[in-house]
Design a protein around this ligand. Sequence first.
Ligand code: RFL
Ligand code: PHB
Length: 395
Amino acid sequence: MKTQVAIIGAGPSGLLLGQLLHKVGIRTLIIERQTPEYVLGRIRAGILESGTVSLLREAGVAQRMDSEGLVHHGVEFIFDGKRIPVALSELTGGKSVMVYGQTEVTRDLMQARSDCGAPTIYGVQQVDIHDAKSDRPFVTFEKEGEKCRIECDFIAGCDGFHGVSRQSIPRDVIREYESIWPFGWLGLLADTPPVNPELIYAHHERGFVLCSQRSLTRSRYYLQVPLSEQVDSWSDERFWGELKRRLPDELAMKLVTGHSLEKSIAPLRSYVVEPMQYGKLFLVGDAAHIVPPTGAKGLNLAASDVNYLWRILTQYYQYGRNDLLATYSRLALNRVWKGERFSWFMTHLLHDFQGKSDFDRKMQEADRQYYLGSQAGLTTIAENYVGLPYEKIGE
Ligand code: RFL
Ligand code: PHB
């Protein structure tokens, strides 16, 4: 098989990159380890920054998002039982975020790819990257026992944190930065109306709570839990009971409970690999970086990487700009580190840290008082939450 860009992984990064490249006439082949149903079964991100929304429009896959997604102009914080609205749009010159789940983004991208006839091979095994440093890189894999080979100009490693792309780079040319958080998030999805029109990020001494949503009739809630917790020991009743305890009375009373559609525990990790390029191999999204979900940045940083890579590849194919290829890692990482910082800051601000010294606890409290109590603090939170601007390539 031959293509221009071989894409490993059909998550949101791989599919969005494939779609944008297809729009400008660049051929791609995507290979994915799982089945489409498995990929769609993963319940993950829910909030799209304005830059991600624009990129999905540019890719021509925004029709359903624009009719079904919910534009949010604000978000709410709670600490010491006090509710603090953050007027995102007022503080950012009119920017907003879109509530539209990763599952739906992925579904729209899969549909667009199958409509345009671009190839995706699901259920592949034994994926290997070869000669990434040469002018003739290639990828090998197995499909139903048969060995296959893709010859290509470039390889996009869009295969998530546990994929092969990052692992195929020699260890002595990369540097990894990592911090593991000492708690996880227990998430529950239910067909119940959201407890509040805006998302709520609440600090509570029993642990952090996030009240999110997927639509006017579907809610997504998260509770901070110790890493030792097992999802099986959380009945729906226990989850709803704990959620109510961590919310102010007026919200607890309004909370509509119901059967869970999904419940899972996600560990929290901060991780970045540098650089994000090795010869003709580019790492994109979770393959190169992970953030704790507190800032809603995981999927948005993946989209940001895609934004840079597809523009650079387009310039290469359309105008022979091979000088831009080497700028990908720097451009992507500039924004990734800011996303890491914001996610780290939000996680620190809002979670309960067992064993924290009294001094550190006071610092955390003072941070909350300052950031949520001053116009400057709220503006900092708002501009990061809606998403920092992308840099122009070639500057
Ligand atoms: P993905 O979505 O992990 O997709 C990678 C794809 O690559 C496939 N793959 C391979 N394919 C071929 N060969 C191989 N050897 C392969 N190895 C892996 C995988 O099957 C998969 O289909 O990465 P991508 O596309 O970069 O997208 C990133 C986002 O998915 C991610 O940043 C967010 O979902 C992170 N995240 C969240 N972000 C938020 O903004 N808000 C959230 O609430 C939120 N919740 C989450 C999350 C990530 C989670 N993970 C990774 C465990 C909850 C969880 C549980
Ligand atoms: C979600 O809806 O899943 C979600 C929203 C905001 C976050 C994290 C997760 O910060």
